[in-house]
Design a protein around this ligand. Structure first.
Ligand SMILES: [Zn+2]
Length: 153
């Protein structure tokens, strides 16, 4: 695998072990040219899924993008990474085993919201506010109010 630092083509695997949930293999690699160390993950991909976005744009489903948006929403919330990984793996599994070759991005968004709602209300609101693209502050206030009400129940 190519070194992300110097683009040298030859890197060596120094260590290889399953992650805690046993869903992936974590490899520590070292570049034989510049000596930089980095980590790669090997995961099962059950099938290729295409995400259909607004305006009919299509792109392959990528776990990394899911990780990114969830990491952004849960930033500095002190949520256990293990819980987030489980959420991400769960969503990935649902998407890849749905039997559909194409999944609307709105469906993935709903899955993320559903999952975050059970983990952390602030992360949930953050994700939902970006995802639902609130145009007015008032919408957001109403939404936050709804969440607070739901949290009380
Ligand atoms: Zn290198």
């Amino acid at each position: 695998m190519r070194c992300p630092f110097c683009a040298h083509d030859d890197t060596q695997v120094k260590d290889s072990r399953p992650t805690e949930d046993n869903a992936s293999i974590r490899r520590r690699r070292q570049c034989s040219s510049c000596g930089a160390r980095f980590t790669t993950f090997e995961r099962v991909q059950l099938r290729e899924v295409v995400v259909v976005k607004s305006g009919d744009r299509r792109e392959p489903f990528e776990r990394a993008k899911l990780e990114q948006s969830i990491a952004l929403a849960s930033r500095k919330r002190g949520i256990d990474q293990e819980r987030l990984d489980q959420l991400i793996s769960g969503i990935q599994r649902q998407v890849e085993t749905s039997g559909e070759a194409e999944v609307p991005s709105s469906h993935i968004g709903e899955l993320v919201m559903e999952g975050l709602r059970q983990i952390d209300s602030v992360a949930y609101i953050r994700f939902a506010s970006v995802y639902r693209d609130f145009s007015e502050a008032r919408d957001f206030e109403e939404f936050a109010h709804t969440v607070q009400q739901a949290a009380k129940d």
